[in-house]
Every structure is written in C-alpha cells, then in structure tokens.
Design a protein around this ligand. Sequence first.
Ligand code: BES
Ligand code: MN
Ligand code: ZN
Length: 481
Amino acid sequence: MSTVRLRFINKIPTAGNSLFLVSHINQLKETEFKKEEIRQVQHALERRHPITWFKDGPHVRIVAFEEGKPESWQTDEAWRKHAAKASSSCEEQGVASLTVRNLTGDPHVVTLVAEGLLLSCYRFLKYRTGSAYRPNTLKEIRLLKDEADEKAIHETELIATATLKARDLVNEPLSYLTAEQLSREIRAMGKEAGFKVQVFNKAQIKKLKMGGLLAVNQGSPNPPTFNILEWKPPRPRNKQPYVLVGKGVVFDTGGLSLKPTPGSMDMMKCDMAGAAAVACAIYAVARARLPVHVVGLIPATENRPGGNAYAPGDVLTMHNGTTVEVLNTDAEGRLILADALSYARRYRPQLVIDLATLTGAAARAIGPEGIVFMGTASEAVKKALSESGYRVYERLVEFPLWDEYENYLKSDIADIKNIGGPNAGAITAGMFLKKFTDYPWLHLDIAGPAFLDKPDGYRPKNGSGVGVRLLFDFLKNHVTR
Ligand code: BES
Ligand code: MN
Ligand code: ZN
C-alpha cells in the first residue's frame, strides 16, 4: 500500500519542497523564479523534458510543464505521468513533504496530479524484511484550497485507495490468497465501506449446480467460494441493478492441460485481477456513496491438476443446464464465469459487465496498452464505457461477436466445447460467455494490462489495479445520469 496523505492548506508555506504546475512559461514570471531559472525551464522544454528541478539548500522546487495536447484525455494523462516523474524525483531526493502549487488556473490539473502522485507511491512491502523494507519517502502532499477542487480530490483519493487495494490483492501469492482468503478480504472491505457480502461455500455451490466452478476446483486441495457483493443505496438512480462479474482464479496452473510454455505459469497469481477490480470498484462506489445499485459476483477457485482434477473430454453440466465438453482444462476462466453469468439472470440486470484475465490472445493482440472488449450491450453503453476508458486512460478496443464464430465452439458430444481453434482466441472465449447471457452484457478481457512486466508511469510493475478506475468512472458518469 502507500502511506502518502493529502492535506489541504490555506496559505502558501514560506519554505519547503514544492511542485509547480505550469501550462505557460509566463506563469513562472509572476513567482519567485529567477530569470535564469525560467531560462533553464525553457531549455528543458526545448529538449522535450517537461520536468525541471531546482535545489535550494535542503529543499527542492520541481516545475512540471504541460501546455496541452490535441485531446483532453491526452492532456489529462500527461499530467498524471508528469506527477509520476515528479514523484520519482522526490524519492531520489528523499523528499517527505511536498506542496503542490497550481499556476495553471485550472483546478482539475491538481486533481490529476494528486491522482498521479497517489498511484505512483504504491509499494508492495508485506513480504520484505529488514533493509529490504523500503517504503516511499513521500508522506505528505499539501494542496492549496484556493487552487484545487477539494471534493473532486477527495473522490480521487478514494478511488486511488481502491486501486491500490486491487494491486495488493493481485500481488498476493496463492500461499496467502486462496479462494477462502479472498472471500475474507472481500468481507472486510464490505464492512469498511458498508456494502453487503454473501459468501457461498462448496456445499452451497453444489446446491446451485455450478458445474463449471466445481469442475475447475476439483483438482485443488482448497475449496471454491462464490461471492456476492451488493451496494444498494436508499434511492438508486437505476431501477435494475448493474451486475459486475469478476474472474477469481486465485492461481491458474492450467490444470491437467498444464501450462505448456516456459514461464507462462509464473505470474498466474494475477488470474483473479478481474475479481480484484470488481471488489475494489464496488468498495470505491460504496465509500463514495454513489446513488447506483450495483451487484458484484465473484466465482473463486484455483485451477490445479491434483488427484481429482477435471480432465480433457469431461462433459460438465453448467448452472443453467448447458452441457460443455472440456477439451482444454486451461480454458477454465470461461467455465467459472459462465456459472456466474447465468446466476446474474435472477437480478434482471440493466447491464452485466464481466472482467477477466481470460485469454493470452487478447494480451497478444493489443498488449498491456488496453482492454479488449465485446458484448451485446447497446452502442450507447459501449460508447459511454469507451469514453470512460479514455478519461481514466484504461482504453478499450472492441472485438466482434459475429455469428460465424459460433461454429468454432461446436462439440461432437455436448452442447458446446470450451475452446475454439487456433484463431480468434479472445473472441471464441467471448462467444462462449455469450451463451450464458440473456441481458445487455459486456465482456472485458484484461489479460494484457492486469499484470505489467515493467513499470509504466504511475503504474508499477506487477499488479496494475486495472478496471477499478474505469468501472467507477462508468458507474458515476453513465448510470447516475
Ligand atoms: N488465465 C489465462 C489467460 C492469461 C494469459 C491471463 C496470460 C494473463 C496472461 C487463461 O485461463 C488461459 O489459460 N487461457 C488460455 C485459453 C486457451 C487454452 C484456449 C490461453 O489464453 O492460452
Ligand atoms: Mn487458464
Ligand atoms: Zn486463467
């Protein structure tokens, strides 16, 4: 997690470290900056360095410059990234407290910079001991009341906290985060934020005949759970709930169809990133008390090849009665999601969105830069989600669900099989899920951006927390209107 706190102040401090936000060089001329220093900033800009810093004895002054890009979402992201750079300068200098000085005249810039700073200061230190335990040096960010939008920043702080929680959950290894432990974490979040949590154990999952979740769990020494989260405010804007479904495979070995490529299993603790996004988004929505009725469904289990593991060729009967021939036990995500998607029908949902680290194919298609999505929701809903994606810079690209892909899932002996051919892997997974929906639905394949192999601005290496900011923005701006 992070130990950085935001603090609002009334007066400009006379000393200390500052981060100046500037959108035009003239803005520096009305401040304490010397002519020579302003020239230095200009030189840096000519060399395309948006960040310049000056050392005054024990303190630093950092200047972050952004004159604006063609699209507002590009400018917004530039400010977040500048904040990430400023934060690493602060770490190098051992800065503990930083005052943000907004010279741009636009309070929104402070919100973006606060967001970038908060998301940059994340560390996963739980398993570090002794001298390896190195928390970030930055502890306090001071913001001037007159220069910032306090309400927006409070909300941003809350969303950032939720995003960091999601990163923690994704970074937790299986040795800690079993399905049952994930349920305990969700319960604790529910208590803290005030949303309802119901956890079904294996016996209850059997009663519900969730054949997909039970089959995937068979080879594991640890039982599965099925988690229901619900945030229902007094007077929600939506009549029917929005249902969010998250893939909660706490570790994916591939099962008997053991992951074949060297190294491909190493990061499979991240296979519950969809679950983390759903739980943490609802946590943020509840803490912000958004007037929207949201339900979260999280099927959770390991996928392992132990004694009683399900086998290629097995035929499963799913929660909705559909039979599935399993031809690859590594295509497990769609099996547990299918049960959750058919369970979602009982809510008569206005919209269902599932998030899942579902296919390597999605990751190969567009890399960690975005989310592959598809589904049956209206064009208006797709557009709204897509706009949220640009706003929070978790961009989405739509893949088609053309009828012809149905043929890819034809089984010799059951209603469908759980894999298609070598082509269109992300889409056949989507087509499989579609069979279990009869309401407006969107599927988000986050296999690319969920777990990063190198840091990217304010996104650290490993768990990224992708989906939390996206879902919050969508639920706030689309649903509540
Ligand atoms: N959890 C994986 C997908 C994945 C791959 C997530 C890389 C994150 C990074 C999923 O369960 C899986 O194994 N998918 C298979 C499907 C195939 C067997 C049809 C895949 O993508 O190879
Ligand atoms: Mn798999
Ligand atoms: Zn998986």
